[in-house]
Ligand binder design. Sequence first.
Ligand code: GTP
Ligand code: MG
Length: 386
Amino acid sequence: MMETSEIGYSPNEDQGVQAFIRTLNSLRNDFLQKIKQYTECLREKIFLISISSISLLIVLFFYTFAIYLQPIIFVDFNKHVMSKTMLKPSIVSSIQEPYIYSKNQYFNRTRKPSENVIAFLVASFAGDIRRAYNPYPKLGEKLFQLDERLGDNKITDIIIFHTGYPFRADITSIVHTTARNVLFVNVDHIFYKFSPGFDPHIRDPTWTQKGKWHYHHMCYFWFKQVFELKIIQRYRYMMRLDDDSGIEGKWPNVFEIIAKRQAVYMANRREVDFNYVVPGVTLVRNLTVAFMKKYKIKPRNPDMMADVFNHTIEIPNYWNNVEVIDLSLIRQIEVIDFMRWVDESRGIFLYRWGDAPLRYITLALFVNATQILHLNKLGLGYCHPC
Ligand SMILES: Nc1nc2c(ncn2[C@@H]2O[C@H](COP(=O)(O)OP(=O)(O)OP(=O)(O)O)[C@@H](O)[C@H]2O)c(=O)[nH]1
Ligand SMILES: [Mg+2]
């Protein structure tokens, strides 16, 4: 105290300093407390931001992945070639058809299937397609004509592949129209399928007839699916006839002719699909080239293959509203591989590659010119529409 007095401090002044120091200490403690709270709060926020960023990154990753998996507008055929699944040998798959109704069953009789078959595809009357109609009355007329005009002694089975549900009256009227065995085979279980990976929900077709994708399904059916059906495996030759087409005049037994001439295809007249009508149809050439390269295939029919490649804006086809085909062709491994390539390229759904040009290319790849017979050269008449 004496010393402080000596150096000029009074006791009151000392107390004042201490109070000031206490205030400072308390302020400092408050400040540190606030800093601590703020740091904790910041840590919480950083944690939340990190979680949000990680979630965002995960979402972005899956989004990019999903985009990558979407059908590509231009099919990368080289990548296709490298795909591991491509190297697996193929086998004919035989999908069991769940609903078959046959005339034999109707008359409660047993009869062996014929060697060959005449196949139709129709849409049963339904209200959920744009142009709903009942195809069976007209089909009945077609079957009657076949009995009259085709010289096969009315022994060839008829298969009516159909979607939906024919009325009982439609079935009975058909089975009484023809002397042949008739089988009604429901194909709902396959008809509405798409090529693997194709998303019909987010895409619009370049071509629509009846329903949005119906025409594409029809092409897919006649190009590939029909040959995978179990019921088809028992037959040797298949004649396809559309319900809007007909045979005219007297036809000989075309199945006998094709067998005798050791042919594998009976062709209708040549037509073309123009790229400006069917955008993307010419892209089928890329797939064909990649396929030939991969399997080192020299086309068995160079003229037909040249026809595929020599016209810039068009792809040729045989108008296969009517055709006769040796089913053993479609059972060959390399032919099945080609069909699978087409399927996996998704070209049928992306570009509406028709079954007719695809069949033409199949023939160009695997069938000699001498193995193809032509209706016009045989003098066989045909009508469409009729
Ligand atoms: N079940 C079913 N059958 C169909 C459908 N579209 C076509 N078809 C049948 O498939 C066959 C071929 O169909 P079309 O409409 O004649 O097609 P296209 O032959 O390419 O066309 P055109 O050359 O004009 O005759 C016909 O017998 C049709 O009845 C469909 O959406 N569902
Ligand atoms: Mg037709």
